[in-house]
Design a protein around this ligand. Sequence first.
Ligand code: NDP
Length: 477
Amino acid sequence: TSAQIGVTGLAVMGRNLARNFARNGYTVAVHNRTASRTKALVEEFGHEGDFVAAETAEEFVAALERPRRLVIMVKAGQPTDAVIEEFAPLLEPGDMIIDGGNAHFADTRRREKALREQGIHFVGMGVSGGEEGALHGPSIMPGGPKESYDSLGPMLEKISAKAADGAPCVTHVGPDGAGHFVKMVHNGIEYADMQLIGEAYQLLRDVAGYTPAQIADIFRTWNTGRLDSYLIEITAEVLSHVDEATGKPFVDVVVDQAEQKGTGRWTVQIALDLGVPVSGIAEAVFARSLSGHAALREASRGLAGPQASPLGEAEAAAFADRVEQALYASKIVSYTQGFHEIAAGSEEYGWDIDLGAVSAIWRGGCIIRAAFLDRIRAAYDARAGLPSLLSDETFAREIADAQDDWREVLIAATRQGVPTPGFAAALAYYDALRAPRLPAALTQGQRDFFGAHTYRRVDRDGSFHTLWGGDRSEVSA
Ligand code: NDP
């Protein structure tokens, strides 16, 4: 039998992706460095479809129909290079290597270029949805040569998640590293979403005085409205969970130090390189790193601050409504920043990414899936070349409606000493964009003063320098 697709790397993600292909009627060759995993997969799930178990790389390649489609699902980084080096010599021009791991897009660009010289199509493919998504339908973000999508696309469309309107959550994102770039920003936005939800929770707890169980109910209510999303849904689940051993809310027995694997950090690093202000995502990454500084936090516990005094019942309910507004407005800002980064990456690398199509494939399967993404797609569909999500009339109006509450929430947070870096960064971004004048003019003056860096004028073209150390007359630079 010849297999239409092969998967090598059979840990949680690879195993479930292979099963997903098999359940959809494809014959799947499976391979893993440690052969026992391959055997275990076929023994446990062989009844789900047609698997061809391969022990060696040669057997694996021989099992695939031509042109071969070989999915790598191993640990990102060096292991991916090792696997490519093992398989590439066994392949022929026209064959396809698909990397479904969380690769850095720069690695994907390098690998695509090297393999292209051998005539091998390399597809860097972002996959989101965790192990459940891999099995039941992930959101898939493939990059690489367009022609590879002609034969691969229909298979991916079959195994992908479907949005509410039935559309498959997969599209050819763009050449070389475009797919992994978009997956990276997806994760950055995910960090921001989680941080904003965390701040909303903390405010409801410390300012409104609600219990975790009550907050779970509030999130459930929010989940029936415009915040309807997977992350809000699971937040309610986590908050209502009670620790069996102690009878305490689960959230109170977990060590409050957040970990990270790196894609959020990459999103910020690349944004810095591209000069894109993703302040909300950056605050989310920093908030996780701050939480992990246990010794620093311990040493700072005695620092002065206001006494938190929870609100009365009626006020608490009104405050919760305000927090919903603040969360929604901040969410619009973080997506604005994330899509700006994708647009900038697309411009820098010549990917020609369709931002509406990206929001459409995030509607199902992935961690940030939400009703909200339909509205982002509508915004991009309504106006091609939309400069920013905030330029969309609907989003602009919603933020305008939310802004009084958003500001009130930040005032309360500041007064009571509850840290809200995500909400605050989002509001600062919004206010900076709308400001008629920014203190950047003063910055330019300072730079010209100490470093003769020159400045432009509002009333004339050209670059100028003031002779600060002399008679302070202005010269053309
Ligand atoms: P891991 O990232 O834990 O990787 C384990 C797999 O990599 C095993 O099959 C292992 O083989 C193989 N491997 C490691 N080093 C090598 C090597 N040098 N040569 C050959 N094979 C090697 O597995 P996951 O399933 O969690 O993730 C797979 C990929 O998918 C990763 O890139 C991950 O970032 C990405 N991803 C993960 C998600 C998740 O929710 N977990 C979500 C989306 C993407 P062996 O059994 O022999 O050790």
